[in-house]
Design a protein around this ligand. Sequence first.
Ligand code: NAI
Ligand code: MG
Length: 361
Amino acid sequence: MSEVKKIAVLPGDGIGPEITQEAVKVLQQVEKEFGFSFSIQYGMIGGGAIDRVGIPLPPETMELCEKSDAVLLGAVGGPDWDSYPPELRPEQALLGIRKGLGLYSNLRPVTLFAGLENSSTLRPEVLAGVDLVVVRELTGGIYFGDKERTTTPEGEVATDLLIYHEFEIERIVRLAFEIARGRKKRVTSVDKANVLESSRLWREVVNRVAKDYPDVQVEHMLVDNCAMQIIRRPATFDVIVTENMFGDILSDEAAILTGSIGMLPSASLGEGTIGLYEPVHGSAPDIAGQGVANPAAAILSAALMLRHSFGYEAAAAAVEQAVRTVFEKGVRTPDLASENQLAVSTEEFGDLVVEELRRTE
Ligand code: NAI
Ligand code: MG
């Protein structure tokens, strides 16, 4: 018997509960197939937590995460809480949990599954061969810098501080080089060094770290150019490493390469041993509660958990293959289906993945 792995599941708001339910279902099937043992405990986070206890990240949720081996998160936020003060917004819980667990890196693998070329708004020939990973810095930069509002005689002034320490850049850049070593050995470092001082430091650090990885090819790219190249020639990218806000934006853009934002998983790793796994998308309030959300990103996030937190590579690959096979069979969730194509529900998609896992035995 393998040791019991403790998983904290934080479903969150909107489609969060619907999609995490399918990911949990898949994890439970993995348990059976591979003889693993998972102890799954649920916690509240985001708007739901605000409604129940008044704050987006209750201490008991943080404690649950801290005593777990890994965290599976759905998504937080929604229009119900949009008018709340900044410190009380659901999204604050994400920043709190990332900081609290020291999760400074966010890996977002962008893979195009066979057959989904036609679901993207981009031409299939542009998408052929897409296989990249965005390595986003997650606990620094403008999202975490001091924020301020002052009233002056000329009107309101708002400040967001973009700050990076050398060590923060170095650890994420090193990780990117390590990841590139296990892939196509190419790193694209994305910055705005023509105007931002923090980007100039970023570039210096990349050039220094690159010396330790002579086998890895490095290029620097300005973020505006990268935003263009990522949809112009996406297949030429391997590892894209960038700061917090640029990574946030570029990875949503990269989602289009996979056919839908509902396809993109992520792993957040850091100083400690606890990893956090969540889809890249948000709580999609526009489709919440309808059973139409694509749970693939959540299921693939669970696969990343198996790989990165538990070292269960075979199980991770089996889950990824099961998702791939379901798509290969022509199954589509509504976000990927063309007009006259029949789509399956969130739950049906999860059931089909479980079914495939059963078959791989
Ligand atoms: P979103 O990612 O929730 O939705 C953008 C669009 O993609 C919507 O049309 C939605 O229906 C669609 N979509 C997203 N996930 C999907 C899925 N699994 N299957 C099918 N379609 C899907 O981004 P939006 O609308 O900007 O934000 C909604 C809320 O989510 C906001 O409150 C925002 O702050 C929050 N948010 C939370 C995140 C998180 O929890 N990590 C990340 C991004 C946004
Ligand atoms: Mg985002």
